[in-house]
Write a protein that binds this ligand. Structure first.
Ligand code: ATP
Length: 249
């Protein structure tokens, strides 16, 4: 569904990603794991069109997106949930959700928007009950749910999640991974960037390991979970529900 071929990019003259090739097939959860600074967020920005590619190609559902900017990539249905959530805390929960619909707002009837919102509220009943409250009043986990809900308002054909478990308490992390699995079960392909390596690989079909801008390992999740080098380098003491520097409920 999405194919990156030998992409190279970075910031200014600073090269971060060096000839990365990666694919996500329809119906897959694919994770990208790696240490701080490996280039995971940069990879997402390159897919989203937030930063341009220096070299290489990006093809989505048969269409060449290599030169499209972020607004156009979003309109193709590739939607990124950024690290840190970027919720507008002074706006209500529902207004934050509506912001996610901007890319399709003029293409959809009001009734369709409402029905999309209704489906999303079924997934996140807590957001429905807090719809009129300021988003800043939500807990960390609820704000992460809101960030996902806002992304879903744009009717993604591919959802990219950047560190959804970051800073959340273990129980909330478990809920977050359950939500990702539910979205996947509904047929949404997902690209998941995580430092919570074991949990991320555990819910994925395949995974890639990024080290200083290069893919150093890739494979089916079962193989990665059983790979001795992987376990040693990335999963020492890591477990489902673990991870996260600062806990936030
Ligand atoms: P983390 O897990 O800490 O979020 P990451 O794997 O997502 O790390 P990136 O955020 O992609 O890594 O950063 C990769 C490299 O690019 C790092 O050396 C970082 O300092 C650099 N970098 C990231 N954003 C920028 C920017 N806006 N301008 C310049 N350099 C940047």
């Amino acid at each position: 569904m999405l194919e990156l071929r030998d992409i190279t990019t970075g910031y200014g003259k600073f090269r971060v990603l060096d000839k990365i090739s990666l694919r996500i097939d329809a119906g897959e959860i694919v994770c990208v794991v790696g240490a701080n600074g490996a280039g995971k967020t940069t990879l997402m920005r390159a897919i989203s069109g937030i930063i341009p590619l220096w070299q290489g190609e990006k093809v989505f559902d048969g269409k060449d997106l290599t030169k499209l900017n972020a607004a156009k990539v979003t309109r193709e249905g590739i939607i990124q949930i950024p690290e840190g959530r970027l919720i507008i805390k002074d706006l209500s929960v529902e207004d934050n959700m509506m912001l996610g619909a901007y890319s399709i707002y003029f293409k959809m009837k009001r009734s369709e928007l409402k029905s999309n919102m209704g489906e999303i509220y079924e997934l996140f009943p807590i957001l429905k009950s807090r719809a009129r409250q300021k988003a800043g009043a939500l807990s960390g986990g609820e704000q992460q749910m809101l960030a996902i809900a806002r992304g879903l308002m744009g009717k993604p054909r591919l959802l990219m999640l950047d560190e959804p478990s970051l800073g959340l308490a273990p129980l909330v992390v478990k809920t977050m991974f359950d939500i990702i699995v539910t979205l996947h079960t509904k047929g949404l392909p997902i690209l998941l960037v995580e430092q919570n390596v074991r949990a991320a690989i555990g819910i994925s079909n395949r995974g890639y390991v990024l080290e200083t801008g290069n893919i150093v390992m890739e494979g089916a999740s079962e193989d990665l979970l059983n790979d001795e080098r992987m376990v040693k380098a990335y999963m020492g003491g890591d477990s489902v529900g673990g991870g996260g520097d600062k806990e936030d409920t």
